[in-house]
Write a new protein. Structure first.
Length: 258
């Protein structure tokens, strides 16, 4: 009888381990498919994710190889690319209507700020506009979205802190022959997102993060573009110089209003 109970306990332990491993890989695949399937529906750009590694016991999650493409009409390969994102969440909340995320730490992302002659239309602001159109946040009637538990945009979220550190900003100005410069961005911190009973949807969270990035990138780009303008005499003929000066002045006026 004693041997029977020992064997039974061994079998139960084995079943639990197999179940944990199965759920682990199932959730990893589900998160990856969700990002790559629903992300483009809201942003209207390609979104890829190499791997997701979620630990149900600790609530830790590592996401690697995130890629967000650029909207149509922009030449740069990507708007945002991230090597590693670390997430800490409360595992029990995965079973509730609102997932509680303690922290999201985006490490050393590559951000591209691309603009042309119409300085109000940079690539990041275009993605934000796509999100607003898809969710109706910009006053437009939202496009039909997949029906999921938790309403439009999936389950609700609560994010204690969202930190972007070590970012590199690539400023590209198409009307200056694709002239570009790479700058180091200061750390960006967002806190208490979706705090309260209503929470926040994934598209709403994405919009807030993109708005913070676009604001910081625009401020930094203003200085970089002004420097481009000072060097316009080296770009070629008088017509090119005049165009650069007009773009520089237009960008300066735009950023002063932000």
């Amino acid at each position: 009888m004693k041997k029977f109970f020992i064997r039974l306990l061994f079998v139960l332990a084995l079943v639990v381990i197999v179940a944990i491993v199965w759920v682990h890989f199932f959730l990893d695949g589900t998160i990856k498919r969700g990002v790559e399937t629903y992300g483009p529906k809201f942003t209207k750009v390609d979104i890829k994710l190499d791997t997701v590694n979620l630990s149900l016991l600790s609530g830790g999650c590592k996401m690697k190889g995130f890629f967000m493409g650029n909207p149509e009409g922009f030449k740069s390969r990507s708007a945002i690319s991230v090597g590693t994102t670390s997430i800490a969440l409360k595992p029990a909340s995965l079973l509730s209507d609102k997932i509680v995320v303690q922290s999201v730490k985006v490490e050393a992302p590559e951000i591209t700020f691309e603009t042309g002659l119409n300085v109000k239309e940079n690539n990041l602001s275009k993605i934000i506009a796509n999100l607003e159109e898809a969710t109706g946040a910009g006053g437009e009637k939202p496009a039909a979205q997949p029906k999921e538990k938790g309403g439009e945009g999936g389950k609700k979220l609560e994010v204690g802190e969202f930190i972007i550190s070590g970012a590199k900003l690539h400023v590209t100005v198409n009307v200056m022959g694709g002239k570009s410069v790479t700058l180091s961005m200061p750390e960006i911190q967002l806190r208490d997102l979706g705090k309260g009973p209503d929470g926040i949807t994934a598209p709403e969270l994405t919009k807030l993060v993109l708005q913070a990035l676009e604001k910081q990138a625009a401020q930094m780009a203003a200085t970089a573009i002004a420097d481009f303008g000072k060097g316009a005499v080296y770009l070629g003929n008088e017509g090119t110089t005049n165009s650069v000066n007009k773009v520089t002045k237009g960008l300066g006026d735009l950023f002063k209003k932000k």
